[in-house]
Design a protein around this ligand. Structure first.
Ligand SMILES: NC(=O)c1ccc[n+]([C@@H]2O[C@H](COP(=O)([O-])OP(=O)(O)OC[C@H]3O[C@@H](n4cnc5c(N)ncnc54)[C@H](OP(=O)(O)O)[C@@H]3O)[C@@H](O)[C@H]2O)c1
Length: 316
């Protein structure tokens, strides 16, 4: 599998990241182990989680996804060197502070390392901007973790271009580690949060970009066509907003390209992202092995310029 650099960090990843927010939610532990084994055996390597996954499930506290990954690594220790582990801090109050304060980060990393059953996080992300914590304090906290060998590289998620610019400038001015990666929401249905100033900045600054909700929570697979389809899904709230003319136009364009390649629509939607300027890799989750195999096939699918443009035009 060809890998791509993550910004200027020493990390390299295959062009599809496994999204682990399904662990402890729509995927149980035995299935998670099978998905992770199949993913790595297919030559892909990056896994994205967060300290808060999957806190939204009644009865969960957050940390269930990291715990599942940690149990998998404990069961198969050789896997650790085969994966690039990505996790996040700062989306929810921790035990010792909240957001991206130094206290919160110092406490957060220990919890994540414990649950992941590892001594290092390859890529540690600020989950969302925190207006109450000065960016210099946040970057100094990360610097200490990098110096201690607990974190290899840092990045941010859900940044605005202005916020990311400020973080990069502060890092340069103070001699602190910089965010090497940005993780925005981006897919054929949601383009505004990345395209424009944030995309331009990431390209100009040579940042790695791994995008989330790559399948628009499953909508781009084409399996949701009506409100009745939604009733069967735990993801109804995330998908409802796409059931409109534009959404169906995108599905039609995906269908035409998928048929030409004898591929699935989900695979074409991911191939479009993999080919997009400035994108290092889409993040997508899977709840069974068939879906996982689609994620792998997406990395091998090459769209012609005409196909690529037909999808872009349908979603404009
Ligand atoms: N940084 C952030 O703030 C943030 C926010 C959200 C997510 N994320 C990251 O992004 C990752 C991906 O997000 P996501 O999983 O919520 O959304 P997604 O990747 O857009 O949707 C994945 C879901 O679509 C369905 N699916 C996948 N392949 C399919 C196929 N071939 N055919 C039909 N259905 C298919 C599965 O759900 P069902 O089987 O249940 O239908 C799967 O769980 C997360 O795991 C997380 O790591 C980050």
């Amino acid at each position: 599998m060809n890998t791509r650099p993550l910004g200027r960090s020493a990390l390299r990843i295959a062009p599809l990241v496994f999204g682990a927010n399904v662990f402890g939610w729509t995927v149980d532990q035995p299935t998670a182990f099978r998905l992770l084994d199949r993913f790595v055996d297919a030559g892909l390597n990056a896994v994205d989680t967060a300290d808060v996954y999957s806190r939204w499930v009644p009865g969960n506290r957050g940390g269930e996804s990291e715990t599942t990954i940690g149990n998998w690594l404990k069961a198969s220790p050789a896997r650790r060197s085969q994966v690039v582990l990505i996790t996040k801090v700062g989306a929810a109050p921790g035990t010792d502070g909240k957001g991206l304060s130094a206290k919160s980060i110092a406490a957060g990393v220990e919890g994540s390392l414990r649950r992941l059953q590892t001594d290092r996080i390859d890529l540690y992300l600020s989950h969302r901007p925190d207006a109450e914590s000065p960016i210099e304090e946040t970057l100094r906290a990360y610097e200490a973790l990098i110096q201690a060998g607990k974190v290899r590289a840092i990045g941010s998620s859900n940044s605005t271009a202005t916020g990311l610019r400020e973080a990069l400038d502060t890092a340069a001015a103070k001699g602190l580690p910089r965010y090497e990666v940005e993780q925005p929401e981006y897919n054929l249905c949601e383009r505004k949060k990345f395209e424009g100033s944030l995309q331009d900045l990431c390209i100009a600054e040579d940042l790695g970009v791994i995008v989330y909700y790559s399948l628009a929570s499953g909508f781009l697979s084409g399996k949701y066509r009506s409100k009745a389809d939604l009733e069967k899904s735990a993801r109804a709230d995330g998908v409802r907003k796409y059931l409109n003319d534009r959404g169906f136009r995108i599905l039609k364009a995906l269908d035409a390209v998928a048929q030409a390649h004898r591929a699935k629509k989900a695979e074409v939607a991911l191939a479009w992202l993999i080919a997009r300027e400035g994108v290092t890799a889409p993040i997508a989750s899977a709840t069974n092995l068939d879906q996982l195999d689609s994620l792998v096939r997406a990395t091998q699918l090459k769209l012609s310029a005409k196909e690529f443009q037909s999808l872009t035009t349908a979603s404009d």
